[in-house]
Design a binder for this molecule. Structure first.
Ligand code: ATP
Length: 259
C-alpha cells in the first residue's frame, strides 16, 4: 500500500544562530512527523525554539542540521501551501481589510484581480468579518485584526497553517471565542495546524496532539495524544482525564523551566 506522506517532518533538525556573543543553539535533535490534517499544539519554556520550528517549516530559516520536509519535499524556500499567523496581526495600516487579506496576491503578482477579491471576501466571511471589507485596521478591535490575520493566512487555501501564539495578545474572553471559531474553521475546512501556545487549557481544547519542548536547546521531550473527541466546547476541559493531563503537563513544564 502506498503511504500517504506526512504533512510536516523534522528529521534530526538542529538550528544554531550566529550571534554577537557567539553561536547560540536554539534547537537540537528535533525528530517528529505530523500527519496531514492533524492539529498539533507545541508547549515549552520561553526561548526554547518554538517560533524557530515554525519559521523552519515556513522556509523562512534554513536548518543548520537535519531536514525539514513538507509532504516529503525538503523545505528550501517559502511555500504557497503554508499560511502563517503571528501573535500580532501585522496588517498594512493604510490598506483596508480586503486589500490586507489579498496582499499575498499583490506580493506575488503585483496586483489584486477580481477573482482574488472574491476569494478574499469569502475568507473574510469565514472569519466572521463580512461587512468589514472596506474598514482600515485602526477601525477594528484587536480580535478583529487577528481575524484579518487569519483570513490572510487562509487566502491561498494552504494545507498547512502555522500559528505562533495567535491569541495571546487578546483578552481572555475574546481568546476563548477565537479558539472555538478556529475549531469551527478547522472542522469545516481541515488543515494541518502547528499551534504554539503557552496556555495548557488552550492546547488541550484545540489539539489532537501536544508536543512539549525542553529548555534551550529545544528538543521534543513529550508527545501526548489528547484523549478527547470532537466537536469540543466549554464543557470539554472538565473531564477528569483532561484535568489529570493538564496537571501532568504543568508539572513537566515547571520542571523544564528550571532546567
Ligand atoms: N535570527 C536569530 N538570530 C539569533 N538568535 C535567534 C534568532 N532567532 C531566534 N534566536 C534565538 O533562538 C532562541 C529560540 O528562539 P524562539 O523565538 O524560537 O523561541 P520561543 O520558544 O518561540 O520563545 P518565546 O516562547 O519566548 O516566544 C532564543 O534564544 C532566541 O533569542
Amino acid at each position: 500500500m502506498v503511504r500517504a506522506p506526512d504533512a510536516i517532518t523534522f528529521a534530526d533538525v538542529g538550528q544554531t544562530f550566529a550571534t554577537r556573543t557567539g553561536p547560540l543553539t536554539a534547537l537540537s535533535g528535533v525528530d517528529v512527523a505530523i500527519k496531514r490534517h492533524e492539529f498539533v499544539a507545541v508547549l515549552g519554556p520561553s526561548g526554547c525554539g518554538k517560533s524557530t520550528l515554525l519559521r523552519l517549516t515556513a522556509g523562512l530559516v534554513k536548518p543548520t542540521e537535519g531536514t525539514v520536509s513538507v509532504f516529503d519535499m525538503p523545505v528550501t524556500q517559502p511555500r504557497d501551501d503554508v499560511g502563517i499567523v503571528f501573535q500580532q496581526a501585522t496588517l498594512l495600516p493604510w490598506a483596508n481589510v480586503e486589500d490586507n487579506v489579498a496582499f499575498p496576491a499583490k506580493h506575488m503578482r503585483g496586483r489584486i484581480s477580481k477573482q482574488d477579491r472574491e476569494v478574499a471576501q469569502d475568507v473574510i466571511a469565514k472569519v466572521g468579518l463580512a461587512g468589514f471589507e472596506k474598514r482600515l485596521p485602526r477601525e477594528l478591535s484587536g480580535g478583529m485584526q487577528q481575524r484579518v490575520g487569519i483570513a490572510r493566512a487562509l487566502f491561498r487555501n494552504p494545507d498547512i497553517l502555522l500559528m505562533d501564539e495567535p491569541f495571546s495578545a487578546l483578552d481572555a474572553l475574546t481568546r476563548d471565542q477565537m479558539g472555538y471559531e478556529l475549531l469551527d474553521l478547522w472542522q469545516s475546512s481541515p488543515k494541518t495546524v502547528l499551534f504554539i501556545t503557552h496556555s495548557i487549557p488552550e492546547a488541550l481544547l484545540l489539539a489532537d496532539r501536544i508536543l512539549v519542548m525542553s529548555a534551550r536547546p529545544g528538543k521534543i521531550i513529550a508527545d501526548y495524544k489528547v484523549p478527547l473527541g470532537r466537536p469540543r466546547d466549554e464543557h470539554t476541559l472538565r473531564a477528569t482525564e483532561i484535568q489529570d493531563l493538564a496537571t501532568e503537563l504543568r508539572d513537566l513544564l515547571i520542571a523544564k523551566e528550571t532546567v
